[in-house]
Ligand binder design. Structure first.
Ligand code: ACO
Length: 337
């Protein structure tokens, strides 16, 4: 494990959080859960049938699973309170209590409701479920953090050793996962939340570049105007953050290009947080850096939700799940601080 995750693990161990894993019979999830418990990283809550989970753990030789708390969506007494809670949260959307009782059978929803009820700190899912399903449950139950209207997804990019970019080779990119076409206010929020993610999780001193195909007015287009407006709004939302835009990627990253295209900018040539103008750019950019530059992409880290929930790729392995649990614990710790 690299030093970033060692640090996240140390913090998680010293301030244990309660993490829900709704995909409890999924083998990679069960292996990651076993290791998390063995390493004293978090208190694990599994959603499912206890007999089935323990039988599978025994077959897979995962002795620590018996220390996990298990909540059974078929235990009608325990689940009724969450159905009532979901009904209260969603009745204005036209759902009935019977709809709510059906919904809480879905472990993704039940997990979020347990968090909403204050009985857990975060959730990790997505080894079996699509991004849309993981996000929709979280949006409907946990909604957004106070003062935030739009959830977005950041990647912590660990560049190969010796890279001159980022802080100690660490950069943060967003939004790469959630908001297809953000307006200026949403883009400003993405910048503010990503700055916080860079500080709280990536452990870097964020220098935020608002990226565009234009640097400081070199091109005129409504898409450039959006980035200029978002930069201004982000400065108003968080006057303390170090941010500049609009900048092209080379001006943001390369000191000589930054000095010639954006003289006097405190960010040009030094950026370690890149905010992309829309999801098309952000999703393609992180995958290109991952594949062509050999970077490790950690995430997406969902930012702005009412409580930490993170989504896995369905192609993930148990180590990815373990690391996503570490990130989720650290998001919960940062919230409480
Ligand atoms: N932030 C906060 N709340 C949101 C957001 C958001 N970004 N998006 C939707 N919501 C809320 C809505 O307000 C609504 O709330 P309400 O029911 O209380 O009124 C609820 O979520 C459902 O909204 P819909 O518009 O119906 O959402 P939908 O289910 O259509 O879409 C989704 C949400 C799935 C996240 C959609 O935005 C999406 O598909 N985004 C792209 C995800 C993706 O495919 N990413 C790329 C792959 S991930 C990767 O490569 C790492």
């Amino acid at each position: 494990m690299n030093s970033l995750f060692e640090q996240l693990k140390t913090k998680a161990v010293s301030n244990r959080q309660r993490i829900i894993l709704p995909e409890s019979t999924e083998p990679r999830t069960l292996r990651a859960a076993n290791q998390i418990i063995a390493d004293n990283v978090a208190d694990v809550i599994l959603i499912g049938n206890k007999t089935e989970i323990l039988a599978q753990a025994a077959t897979m030789q995962l002795p620590h699973i018996e220390k996990a708390q298990v909540i059974d969506p078929d235990n009608s007494e325990a689940v009724e309170k969450y159905a009532q809670l979901f009904y209260e949260l969603r009745k204005s959307k036209g759902i009935t209590i019977d709809d709510a009782r059906k919904k809480v059978k879905d472990p993704l929803y039940l997990g979020c409701l347990i968090i909403k009820n204050g009985e857990a700190d975060g959730q990790v899912a997505g080894a079996m479920n699509t991004t849309g399903n993981v996000l929709r449950a979280a949006f409907q139950v946990l909604k957004t953090q106070p003062g935030v209207s739009t959830v977005s997804g950041a990647f912590i990019m660990l560049l190969p050793g010796g890279s001159p970019y980022g802080e100690r080779g660490i950069m943060v990119f967003a939004d790469c996962a959630v908001v297809p076409d953000p307006d200026a206010k949403q883009l400003a929020e993405i910048a503010v939340l990503t700055e916080r993610t860079a500080r709280d999780l990536a452990g870097i001193n964020p220098k935020v570049a608002m990226l565009s195909f234009s640097t400081k007015g070199s091109a005129k287009h409504e898409r450039v105007d959006k980035v200029v407006e978002a930069t201004q709004l982000a400065k108003e939302m968080n006057p303390n953050m170090e941010i500049d835009g609009e900048l092209q990627a080379d001006a943001a990253l390369v000191p000589s290009v930054g000095a010639s295209k954006a003289p006097g900018s405190a960010i040009a040539g030094k950026a370690n947080v890149l905010v992309f103008p829309d999801l098309g750019v952000g999703n393609i950019a992180y995958k290109l850096v991952q594949r062509l530059a050999g970077a490790t992409a950690v995430g997406p880290v969902l930012q702005g939700l009412g409580a930490p929930v993170n989504d896995l790729s369905r192609g993930c392995n148990e180590d990815d799940i373990y690391k996503t649990i570490l990130l989720t614990c650290n998001q919960a710790i940062a919230r409480k601080a």
